[in-house]
Design a protein around this ligand. Structure first.
Ligand code: ADP
Ligand code: AMP
Length: 213
């Protein structure tokens, strides 16, 4: 089993790149999407997740790792996964290594999307999402044909509750403190490939596609 990880701050464009990489046969796994599904289902876990997410805090490692464990155990040997937003802490990265060993999986590559803070804030503030198909737009950089209407589903686009100024600030701080150390962790394993994510969507997507052959 092969896996590719997309690493980078919130808003760097991980989901946007992932939309393109699925063409290469990867199964896209966004832990953010999996967690939002729990919120939508209003499970007891979902209620707790919403509280944390709305504050820009991480969901506990064991919850997220448990989801990934279930997914890997149910997968076939030939499946290729693209992880977006996981792992996000050193503890998750270490657990992930153990899980991969147990299913004879490997990390092919860690694609690091490098993006400065000012760009992130602008991207997250202008992000709009389709609640039905999950397509991600940006009011300026990737607008829908009709303002605030999904091109595919024709329904109204929404803004994520955690994409407000206060929560964006918290998420950036949490990224710096808890996720940025993963760069050194994967650099030591020689797995990091960096892409300048300030370039246009097409350029960033092409760079990632090229990298994965
Ligand atoms: P992440 O998954 O890393 O949080 P997204 O893929 O959701 O980030 O992108 C955040 C916002 O920035 C979205 O509105 C998206 O349309 C926009 N975006 C993504 N990549 C680029 C880019 N290279 N240039 C301009 N805007 C981008
Ligand atoms: P994302 O959709 O990747 O921007 O994630 C949105 C939110 O989901 C994050 O701010 C966290 O609250 C939570 N989340 C997503 N992935 C993880 C993870 N791997 N570990 C902990 N929390 C996560």
């Amino acid at each position: 089993m092969n896996t590719v990880l997309l690493l980078g701050p919130p808003g760097a464009g991980k989901g946007t790149v992932a939309e393109a990489l699925v063409e290469k046969g990867y199964t896209h796994v966004s832990t953010g999407d999996l967690l939002r599904e729990q919120i939508r289902l209003e499970t007891p876990l979902g209620i707790e997740i919403k509280r944390l997410m709305d504050n820009g805090q991480f969901v506990p490692d064991d919850v997220v790792v448990g989801m990934i464990r279930g997914l890997l155990e149910a997968a076939t040997d030939r499946q290729k996964f693209l992880f977006d937003g996981f792992p996000r802490t050193l503890a998750q990265a270490e657990k992930f290594d153990e899980l991969l060993q147990s299913v004879a999986g490997v990390i092919e590559e860690v694609i690091l999307l490098e993006c400065p803070e000012a760009v992130i804030v602008e991207r997250l503030s202008g992000r709009r999402t389709c609640g039905k198909c999950g397509t991600v737009y940006h009011v300026k950089y990737n607008p829908s044909s009709v303002t605030d209407v999904c091109d595919i589903e024709g329904c109204k686009l929404t803004q994520r509750p955690d994409d407000n100024a206060e929560t964006i600030k918290n998420r950036i701080e949490v990224y710096k403190e808890r996720t940025a150390p993963l760069i050194a962790f994967y650099q030591a394993k020689n797995l990091i490939h960096s892409i300048d994510a300030t370039q246009s969507i097409d350029v960033v997507r092409s760079a990632a596609l090229e990298r994965l052959g």
